[in-house]
Design a binder for this molecule. Structure first.
Ligand code: AKG
Ligand code: FE2
Length: 224
């Protein structure tokens, strides 16, 4: 399931992150990728151990932690430290796979979901579509600043060349409490249905029973 989550960051938060990262230090994006990715990756990345990256990561992680829709959709167990990407002057990231496991400072992380959080408005650059392939075809993504796309890390994907302006975003990977994609989607749909029933009808025996069902499925399927 691909999911567009609007408003993960508000305008002030986007601006605060941009103020933190815009001056760099930006380095060649190939420094942080395996062989297959390095052959097709042409972009710049904020140096991972810079003060700017440390600060901006905290801002992104705080916003993600307090965002109910992101939590419900991803059911994150562990989130890899976000990386900050910049594409300009024809830069691109050709068709690639994200590695299945990543070695992070606190140990191994299995990539269940990949995500791009947009830090610039779509009108400020040309090209740069994120294209994600799944069994329903190719999906093109270009979102407003502050919005996030979540997609299964098992999908081949690419970023088309940026032909004008600069495309700046944060990318992150996460391991979900629910490894199985279909189970995670079912839980998300159930959660959304319960939320909308509660908004319409308030809390009652039926919504309570459905919530119980949701939590029992989560208990049955989660690996924590
Ligand atoms: O810039 C993006 O939207 C995605 C980048 C990407 O696919 C990656 O860093 O693995
Ligand atoms: Fe990728």
């Amino acid at each position: 399931m691909m999911l567009h989550i609007p408003g993960v960051l508000n305008t002030e938060q986007v601006q605060a992150i941009r103020r933190t990262i815009d001056a760099g230090p930006w380095v060649d994006g190939r420094t942080s990728v395996g062989d297959q990715g390095a052959r097709v990756k042409r972009n710049h990345q904020l140096r991972a151990d810079s003060d700017a990256a440390l600060q901006a990561r905290q801002l992104v992680l705080q916003a993600l932690k307090s965002h109910a829709a992101f939590f419900a959709a991803a059911l994150p167990l562990r989130i890899a430290p976000p990386m900050f990407n910049r594409y300009e002057g024809g830069e691109t990231y050709g068709l690639h796979v994200d590695g299945a496991v990543r070695h992070e400072p606190d140990g191994w992380l299995r990539t269940d979901l990949s995500s791009t959080l947009f830090l610039c408005e779509p009108g400020s650059y040309e090209g740069g579509e994120l294209e994600v392939m799944d069994t329903y075809g190719t999906h093109e993504v270009r979102l407003p600043a502050g919005d996030l796309i979540l997609y299964p890390s098992s999908s081949l994907h690419q970023v088309r060349p940026v032909t004008a302006g600069a495309r700046v975003c944060a990318v992150l990977w996460l391991q979900s409490m629910i490894r199985n994609e279909e189970q995670r989607s079912q839980l998300y749909e159930l959660d959304q249905a319960i939320q909308s029933l509660r908004a319409k009808m308030g809390d009652g025996p039926e919504t309570l029973s459905l919530s119980n069902h949701y939590h029992n499925l989560l208990r049955m399927w989660s690996e924590v």
